[in-house]
Design a protein around this ligand. Structure first.
Ligand code: MG
Length: 249
């Protein structure tokens, strides 16, 4: 069931989104060669709790941390560890969310530690652009397929792979609500977008191929190719005036 949010609910989600964004940026700043993925998690966690919010991810289906921190070929759901040291040239995807007065924000960003390769820079730039194009397609009256197609067409035009097994989602007083928001689709097809819908749009783009698999820890998703993947996400409200990014100050 798709829940349309009231103006008041959107205000609460805007604050949840603002906190989520500040937490994410704290995580991004904590990425550097020699730091650990647990350092990133700690930076994220401190911001969320200091602002009177709760981490959406901590304890979600048993997830043990406040941020997912996924390095290189890890696509999503990497578990922070004090033993996982970030090295020069790694690309690090951070995903985090906050609950404020019962409402969630959810956002993700991929950043390089120090200098990385030209290929990794292109992968990150294309994935970020995929998110921008997807948000631009999130207009009232458009359809879900317009969002997915925007991501898919741009990623494929650069020779990259679009992850199909994991998708974006509706969001509100639960982190995951209907509808699913795939990063592939056919323009003009699928559910019609209406004002009051709130969506977490999150392209996950692989350097090569769309295949992924889960590790034995039960969480971490990695590419089949072993090559890097990037992930960017915003929480977006569909309004009569177009898309509004909630996870942005
Ligand atoms: Mg999400």
């Amino acid at each position: 069931m798709i829940i349309l949010k009231t103006r008041h609910e959107l205000e609460l989600m805007r604050e949840a989104g603002r906190i989520s964004h500040l937490a994410l940026m704290a995580g991004v700043k904590a990425v550097a060669p020699g730091r650990t993925t647990m350092d990133v998690n700690r930076a994220v966690h401190e911001v969320i709790v200091s602002m009177g919010a709760k981490p959406s991810f901590l304890g979600y289906a048993g997830f043990p941390a406040s941020a997912c921190v996924s390095v290189n070929e890890e696509v999503i759901h990497g578990i922070p560890s004090k033993h996982r040291v970030i090295r020069e040239g790694d690309i690090v995807s951070i995903d985090t969310g906050a609950i404020y007065k019962g409402y969630h924000g959810d956002n993700a960003f991929t950043v390089a530690a120090g200098q990385t390769s030209r290929e990794c820079r292109e992968l990150m730039e294309v994935t970020q652009k995929c998110l921008e194009l997807a948000i631009a397609a999130a207009q009232p009256g458009n359809r879900l397929g317009d969002i997915g197609a925007a991501v898919e067409q741009y990623a494929l035009s650069h020779g990259f792979g679009v992850v199909r097994e994991y998708v974006g989602h509706g969001i509100g007083d639960e982190m995951h609500q209907d509808p699913e928001v795939p990063n592939y689709g056919t323009p003009g097809h699928g559910l019609r977008l209406r004002p009051g819908m709130t969506l977490a749009i999150e392209p996950m783009i692989n350097m090569k191929g769309d295949g992924v698999r889960s590790l034995e820890d039960g969480w971490t998703v990695v590419t089949q190719s072993g090559l890097p993947s990037a992930h960017f996400e915003n929480t977006v409200a569909i309004t009569e005036n177009g898309p509004v990014i909630l996870t942005r100050p």
